[in-house]
Write a protein that binds this ligand. Structure first.
Ligand SMILES: CC(=O)[C@@H](O)[C@H](O)COP(=O)(O)O
Ligand SMILES: NCC(=O)COP(=O)(O)O
Length: 247
């Protein structure tokens, strides 16, 4: 049982955007993630570019092509015309369509597949013409999966926010996990692959992977970036202390 790991670079980009300086480098941290064994990189460009910028995408595409050709690039977002053109220009291996409003702080729900059937079907058709794998962000709702399949998509990405939000309530987490597993079962039965993401952590990931044995990929950014800061802090302070001592 193992899922592929795609590292989401949005949190790194948000930190970089605090100042007009090139660090932390989005491409640099992408390189570190892939060199450490991550299977891919994820970005979620939003219309206001408050996280990853559109100009980051060609650099990430080139990083994968030039240095890690076995890795995958996953671009997530709401399928506006601008987003679709960004995808077509940067040729990711996978695109994940998310029903985000531009004003949303972060993604907080999946598609209502029945309500958006015609819209999604046309977009999936357009994207698949350029050879990209298409995944659709999905709530834990087995009843919606037949409509997801009917769009022509290849995979769903299970929205794991409600599961990740149960970090202090193990009983609730078990219930969320059951809903995720049932939705994954419905997807598998119809031949859809299953990805998952949002608020996944080192602590809540093992139970998810056990509950969905054929989970293809998880994309993780927020907590992984928090962990990177925590586990890199002591070394960084030591380097700065060394730089302070110049006598
Ligand atoms: C679809 C999804 O769950 C992620 O893309 C999530 O929205 C991360 O994006 P932010 O880090 O920009 O919130
Ligand atoms: N698709 C989910 C994703 O890319 C990362 O979500 P998060 O770990 O930043 O919550």
């Amino acid at each position: 049982m193992s899922a592929k790991l795609s590292v989401n670079l949005n949190a790194i980009a948000m930190l970089r955007n605090r100042r007009d300086l090139p660090w932390p480098s989005v491409t640099g941290f992408g390189r570190i993630a892939l060199a450490a064994g991550a299977h891919g990189l994820t970005v979620h460009p939003r219309p206001d570019e408050r996280h990853v910028r559109f100009s980051d995408l060609p650099d990430l595409r080139a990083l994968i092509d030039d240095e890690f050709p076995q890795a995958e690039f996953n671009i997530e977002g709401y399928p506006s015309e601008d987003f679709l053109q960004l995808v077509e220009k940067n040729q990711p291996e996978q695109v994940t369509l998310v029903p985000d409003d531009p004003s949303q702080n972060t993604s907080d729900h999946g598609w209502n597949f029945a309500d958006h059937a015609a819209f999604l079907t046309a977009i999936v058709k357009r994207l698949k013409r350029s050879g990209v794998r298409v995944s659709l962000f999905s709530d834990s709702d087995p009843a919606g999966i037949a409509s997801a399949k009917a769009t022509g998509a290849d995979r769903i990405e299970l929205y794991t926010g409600p599961y990740g939000g149960c970090h202090s309530d193990s009983g609730k987490a078990v219930k969320e996990l059951e809903k995720l597993a049932k939705t994954a079962d419905a997807a598998r039965a119809l031949g859809l692959g299953v990805n998952a993401g949002h608020d996944l952590t080192v602590d809540n990931l093992p139970a998810l992977v056990r509950a969905i044995p054929d989970l293809a990929e998880v994309s993780i950014g927020h907590c992984l970036t928090a962990d990177a800061l925590e586990y890199g802090m002591a070394t960084s302070v030591q380097r700065y202390l060394h730089a302070c001592r110049q006598n």
